[in-house]
Structures are given as structure tokens and as C-alpha cells.
Design a protein around this ligand. Structure first.
Ligand SMILES: Nc1ncnc2c1ncn2[C@@H]1O[C@H](COP(=O)(O)OP(=O)(O)OP(=O)(O)O)[C@@H](O)[C@H]1O
Length: 241
């Protein structure tokens, strides 16, 4: 098994000549959850864009399970699922139909039983499988997106602010799902502003500041999270430069 599912080494990247990521080093192993925190504009979403192949580095190296997301885009994308803050679905289709459609698009046709199992595993109530997603809450939409990742059996999950706007119960449910996915060996990189939520599910937390990892803390060992100390560090990161 690869020791690094996601790997960025000495990455410089930006937009139209404007430098955003400045020497970023970041690695996520299979079965590991990494939470990336940082101020608005620090480059968190840009970091996800690197692994998705949307953002091309000007320097350094990016790999998704050994594949370069730009040069080997199809190979890299097959391995990952990306769940943006607001999941886009076909509003007039049901959850079940959305899943079937996206699986077909990915060339992974699956039968009704497999689709129902993925939606159930993602925590979507069976009563909602046949409902049009137009009336779905943010949490329900995320479940459809997670169900797609489950049905595709992707080894890597990229999440952009997955818990923002979820109520505490939906947040807890989502966290349990992430913990289970990690136990299944999925590598998870999540961008978030929710330090408490990150501390509950992540193995490592990285603080991005102006395109560099300012700090990285682990869940176990002497460096173990102390949420209050982390909060102090996070809240003063900009001022500490
Ligand atoms: N497509 C783009 N073209 C030009 N500039 C961009 C583009 N996307 C992002 N940026 C700029 O790059 C910088 C980093 O943006 P990014 O979205 O990566 O930050 P972030 O850490 O995710 O912020 P937030 O917490 O606000 O979501 C910002 O200044 C942003 O305006």
C-alpha cells in the first residue's frame, strides 16, 4: 500500500502570476484524516485544486497515489472524490437517480441494490432515496455525495468545508461517517474552519498561512492536540508572523 495517498512537495502555485502557495509540503497517508485550517485566502481551496489537477504548480511535485494530477489526470481523478461546500446535484432527479447518473458518467454502472446500499451507508434515510433532491438540506446533499464516493470505492476523499452550515446533529453524523471511512483505509483531506470538528476526526491538523504550512500537529504522542492551545495558536497565527 502506498505510504502517501496525497503528496505535495515544495509546491509553488498561484493564479495569473500571483503567488498563493509558497513551498507547500503536505502528505496524507491511506487511513489518515488531515484537516487543513487557515485564515480566509490562505490557500486551502487552492491546495485541494492542486490534487484535483485544477491548479498547476509552477514548482514542486504533486501526486495522488503516485499519479500526477495534471499529466495523468484521468488516473488521478479515478482515485478521488471531491465534495465541495455546496454539492451540485441534478435537482429534478431523485437521490437514487443522481447516484445512478453520476456512476454511469464515471463508467461504473451499478444496480439498484448497490445504489440503495451506498445511500444507506452514507446515512440517507430510505424514505428519501426516491425523492427529488430539490428539497434536500445541505446535510442530505452531502450524504448523496458521500454515497457516490462509497459506491465508487475511491481511496481518497477531498472535502471543502464539509461541516459549515450543518446543525450539531448533522455535524456529529458526518464526523462518524468520516471516522468510519478512515477505518476503511480512505485518505481524507478536509479544509475547514471548524477546529473542534477537526480535532474530533483528524489524525493531523495543519495550519496554512499565506501559502505555507505554519504548523502541523498530530493526534497522538507528545504533540497531541490540545484544542484550547490550538485555538490560541490558530487565532493568533496571522499576528504571529
Ligand atoms: N480562480 C482564481 N483566480 C484568481 N485568484 C484566485 C482564484 N481562486 C482563488 N484565488 C485567490 O487565491 C487566494 C487563495 O484562495 P483560496 O480559495 O485557496 O483560499 P482559502 O484558504 O480556501 O480561503 P477561504 O477560507 O476564504 O475559503 C485568495 O486571495 C483568492 O482570492
Amino acid at each position: 500500500m502506498a505510504t502517501r495517498a496525497l503528496h505535495a512537495q515544495a509546491v509553488e502555485a498561484g493564479y495569473a502570476g500571483r503567488s498563493i502557495l509558497r513551498g507547500l509540503d503536505l502528505a496524507v497517508a491511506p487511513g489518515q484524516t488531515y484537516a487543513l485550517l487557515g485564515a480566509n485566502g490562505a490557500g486551502k481551496t487552492t491546495t485541494l485544486g492542486l490534487f484535483l489537477g485544477f491548479v498547476q504548480p509552477t514548482c514542486g511535485r504533486v501526486r495522488v497515489l503516485g499519479a500526477d494530477p495534471v499529466a495523468k489526470a484521468a488516473q488521478a481523478r479515478r482515485q478521488l472524490a471531491y465534495i465541495p461546500e455546496n454539492v451540485a446535484l441534478y435537482e429534478h432527479l431523485s437521490a437514487r437517480e443522481n447516484l445512478a447518473y453520476f456512476l454511469d458518467l464515471a463508467g461504473q454502472h451499478q444496480g439498484a441494490d448497490a445504489i440503495a446500499a451506498a445511500l444507506a451507508r452514507a446515512g440517507l434515510d430510505s424514505m428519501d432515496h426516491g425523492r427529488r433532491v430539490a428539497g434536500f438540506s445541505k446535510g442530505m446533499r452531502q450524504k448523496v455525495a458521500i454515497a457516490l464516493a462509497l459506491a465508487r470505492q475511491v481511496p481518497v476523499l477531498l472535502l471543502d468545508e464539509p461541516t459549515s452550515g450543518l446543525d450539531p446533529q448533522a455535524q456529529a453524523e458526518f464526523s462518524r461517517l468520516l471516522v468510519w471511512l478512515r477505518s476503511e483505509g480512505v485518505a481524507i483531506l478536509m479544509v475547514t474552519h471548524d477546529l473542534l470538528g477537526a480535532a474530533q476526526v483528524a489524525d493531523r491538523i495543519g495550519f496554512l498561512d499565506q501559502g505555507r504550512l505554519l504548523d502541523e500537529v498530530a493526534a497522538s504522542g507528545p504533540e497531541r492536540f490540545d484544542v484550547r492551545a490550538l485555538h490560541r495558536r490558530y487565532a493568533t497565527a496571522g499576528a504571529a508572523k
